[in-house]
Each structure stands twice: as structure tokens, then as C-alpha cells.
Design a protein around this ligand. Structure first.
Ligand code: SF4
Ligand code: SF4
Length: 319
């Protein structure tokens, strides 16, 4: 059997997913017996024209979200060439943490990043411009899009592997499926069909809690469910497959595995909170006030793909 021709592209993300691919360690040598990586900008010196001149690909693996016009162009180009497109990591699958910038406009985001953050020293408020005239000629930067988006918003995705970055076990499963050549049908999730709670060994006793609290304010019982200790843990609303590794390390699940059989992960979590919070009042935003940043906590990785994210008004317009 000839080797699969594979392209790997880093769209708008932190690079952790590229490192995640290397986390498979020596198993990568086995994987490379069956695949040829023909495009991987972070590891190879390749240019746009190299990708454009490539004949068809077997697989394109994309990490990161669609944040600028280059991301959109390259993902569409990869889709046009590849038999199989893989959304790799929470940013590609759900839009990632940068999706929270969709709460404001593009101009709000640029102002925050280039003028307002405490570590920014930029007295002249210089911001990226599309064209920069240098002595050597004109340089172009891809334009930032108004909204951050998961890659399925610009190209049909065949396989999703969520996680920030995806766990090694799921990466190896992805390569097993790809090299076995047995197509899994559209929108196939490489992960569990159950939630993180189903993989968690913590003890659940009362299944109720009076109010939510913040992590640093509590002495934690390492054996007991975080939610029952009043700490937000996204386990009930998050796709498993990770083995509940964060929870094992005494950190509540942040939700990077993505939504599980629902269209809105945060809303699913609010439903779960509604069923365990016991107050005399109807469950209201007041019960969530201790979270301080409810949207950031409940939609940390998925705001771009959430129902409320789709309804956010930007610059006076709608989506
Ligand atoms: S999913 Fe996580 S590790 Fe991967 S690019 Fe996005 S932020 Fe980085
Ligand atoms: S809510 Fe968190 S701590 Fe509780 S069972 Fe689920 S994953 Fe485990």
C-alpha cells in the first residue's frame, strides 16, 4: 500500500497542537511508516506555492481556528485537495479560547491587545496594518476577520479530534483510522460518546450543592466530585476520551473535549448546574455570580460555535 500523503496546517492557535502531535513520541516512527508528511509549515520550509502546486492529498490535518483571511484561504485550499479533512484540537473543532473575543468587535479586540493590556508598551498605539512599506518593497499581512470561527464554518470536516491539545491516545486512534482506510462517515468524533464524568473516579454522594465557589477559596477533598464541592467542573457537558486526566490531577475539567451530542456546551452545563444547585430561589445568574466570569467559564473553548456566540451583535450588526 502506498503511503498516505498528509498535510498539517497551523491556523489560529497557540502551536500546542503541533507539539501535541510530537507527544506521541516514538510511536510517531511507526506512524511515519504509513504516511508521508508533505506539508507542515512549523516543521518544514514550505511556501504557499508549494501547497498550491501539490497534487491531491489524502489527509489534511488542521489545528487552530479561522481568525484571518489566510487561515480561511489555506483551509479552503486544503479542503479542495484532500480526501479527508481533520479538525484537530479545540480551536479547530469549536473555535477555541480566542472565540471569546467574539464578545466584542474586531476593533475592541485590537484595542485590548495593542493598547490596554498591562504588559503592552505601545504609546503610539501602533496596530497591524494590511500593507507595510519597507525599503525592500511592500509587505502584506492577512486581514483579521470580524469573527473567530471553527474550521467547519469554511470547509466540510470529516473527523473531529477535540482537546487542548488532543490526548496522545486519541491522536494514535486518529492515525489508526486514517491508515486503515475505513471511512467512518461524516462528522466522526475521535473520542468517547460519553462524558468526562463517565471516566471520572471521584465520589459522587449528595449530587446537590448550595452555591458555587472559586477554586482558590476551598480546601479540596481530592476524592470527592468538584461540583459537589461547589466548584465548576465542565465534566457533565464535555466529551470524554481524555480519561479525565485534569480531574485526576486535581484540576476541574475546563471543557476542552467539546460538546457532547448537544449544540451548546455552556447551555448543557447550565442545565447540569440547575439540577444540582439547591436554593430556595429559582436558579438565576445570581447563583453563578461566584464564577465571576460565567461566559468565560462555561464557554471557554466553544464560544465561537455556541448558540449565543452565533447571536452576538458585533459593531451594531448581527451575525
Ligand atoms: S486547541 Fe489548545 S493546544 Fe491546540 S492550538 Fe488551540 S489552544 Fe493551542
Ligand atoms: S463533575 Fe467533574 S469531578 Fe464531578 S464527576 Fe464529573 S468530571 Fe468528575
Amino acid at each position: 500500500m502506498s503511503k498516505l500523503k498528509v498535510a498539517v496546517y497551523w491556523a489560529a492557535g497557540c502551536g500546542g497542537c503541533d507539539v501535541g502531535l510530537l507527544d506521541v513520541n516514538e510511536a510517531l516512527l511507526e506512524v511515519l511508516k504509513d504516511i508521508d508528511i508533505v506539508f507542515w509549515p512549523v516543521a518544514m520550509d514550505v511556501k504557499y506555492k508549494d501547497l498550491e502546486s501539490l497534487p491531491n492529498l489524502d489527509v489534511a490535518i488542521v489545528n487552530g481556528s479561522i481568525r484571518n483571511e489566510e487561515n480561511e484561504h489555506i483551509v479552503k485550499l486544503l479542503r479542495s485537495k484532500a480526501r479527508t479533512l481533520v479538525a484537530f484540537g479545540s480551536c479547530a473543532c469549536e473555535g477555541g479560547t480566542q472565540g471569546l473575543a467574539n464578545l466584542g468587535s474586531k476593533q475592541d479586540m485590537l484595542k485590548t491587545v495593542y493598547e490596554e493590556t498591562p504588559t503592552t508598551g505601545n504609546p503610539q498605539a501602533v496596530k497591524p496594518s494590511r500593507v507595510f512599506k519597507a525599503p525592500e518593497g511592500e509587505l502584506y499581512l492577512p486581514d483579521i476577520l470580524e469573527l473567530n470561527k471553527p474550521i467547519e464554518s469554511v470547509a466540510k470536516v470529516d473527523y473531529y479530534v477535540s482537546g487542548c491539545p488532543p490526548p496522545v491516545k486519541l491522536i494514535l486512534r486518529l492515525f489508526q483510522i486514517l491508515t486503515a482506510g475505513n471511512a467512518q462517515g461524516p462528522k466522526f468524533y475521535i473520542g468517547s460518546d460519553k462524558s468526562v464524568c463517565d471516566e471520572c473516579r471521584r465520589e459522587r454522594v449528595s449530587k446537590t450543592v448550595q452555591s458555587m465557589n472559586r477554586l482558590y477559596r476551598r480546601a479540596l477533598d481530592p476524592e470527592k466530585c468538584f461540583l459537589e464541592q461547589g466548584l465548576l467542573c465542565m465534566g457533565p457537558a464535555t466529551r470524554g476520551g481524555c480519561g479525565a486526566k485534569c480531574v485526576e490531577a486535581n484540576v476541574p475539567c475546563g471543557g476542552c473535549g467539546g460538546r457532547l451530542n448537544v449544540s451548546d456546551q455552556g447551555a448543557r452545563m447550565i442545565g447540569a448546574l440547575g439540577s444540582i444547585l439547591t436554593t430556595d430561589e429559582p436558579i438565576s445568574i445570581g447563583a453563578l455570580e461566584a464564577l465571576k466570569d460565567p461566559v468565560g467559564a462555561l464557554y471557554k473553548y466553544c464560544f465561537s460555535s455556541s448558540l449565543i456566540g452565533r447571536g452576538v451583535r458585533v459593531g451594531g450588526g448581527g451575525r
